[in-house]
Design a protein around this ligand. Sequence first.
Ligand code: NAD
Length: 301
Amino acid sequence: MQLIDGKFVSAQIQEEIALEVDALKASGKRVPHLAAVLVGNDGASETYVASKVKSCEKVGFSSSLLRFDANISEAALLKVVQDLNENPEIDGFIVQLPLPKHIDANKILLAIDPDKDVDGFHPANVGKMVLNLPCFIPATPYGILLLIERYKIETAGKHCVVIGRSNIVGFPMTILMGRNTYPGNCTVTMTHSKTKDLQAEALRADILIAALGRPEFVTANMVKQGAVVIDVGITRVVDTTKKSGFALKGDVKFDEVLPKCSYITPVPGGVGLMTVTALLKNTLQAYYNRMGTTEKLFFEF
Ligand code: NAD
């Protein structure tokens, strides 16, 4: 069994990005610039956005955090998006979800210029992803592909079972693992809350990707001997032994599943750390696209 170390891979890729930024600076060029839009003061969103901004600083990107009150109107937020679309200084931007109920998140998403949509949520990017064309891949699935690639895990001809079909993780993961590329070329099964016999489906997986948001849902009797297990879930559960009063749990019952796996991602320290790193890679790609260079990233799809 090998542990997939998201902390190590994430640091390694961020170091590679930082070197690229150093080279840009040395040649007198401007650096990539990511903007993040945060509406309201949801605790989790604050944490995610803060970590994105901090990571930008770490690799040498410019970053802007645009904060708005929870009662900003939809029209005003659309204007913010339009301004970012038109701002030549900004290479890519994200609108942190969820948005307050009075704002139609789809309307905001559709207003983002696909060339600056580094979250990869715009239908133009989703469509390109399906067709295996160059695009921005949503950060968490992209981070998973990077882990698979860095650990040189074989995927061709494998049976991949994805648990969960959200637009940000499960659904794109099923598309990506089935594409005619590496990582990919799997036979893919998408499972969800209406799947009849989830255990039977999961047991067929050579690569099992759990993204349902139910702590320790995947138990040893759902995992085939030698499977690769990717745990996307992050749920806070009460833990009085911790100073913070909570612990982070994945969707996989780690200790029980560990002995059966060929590879497994821990929580924390697995997929979670890769999401921001993948966002940085998308931002660097957006920068190169906008600069019109043919420069290649170290890892491409
Ligand atoms: P979501 O709630 O949008 O989707 C959950 C999916 O799981 C749904 O498609 C649903 O059909 C399926 N599901 C729910 N219960 C099920 C069951 N009993 N059996 C089979 N399928 C079931 O969640 P999401 O946004 O995709 O996130 C999933 C988990 O991944 C969460 O724990 C979330 O915190 C985590 N997450 C982590 C990262 C990261 O690592 N950076 C990013 C995004 C999400």
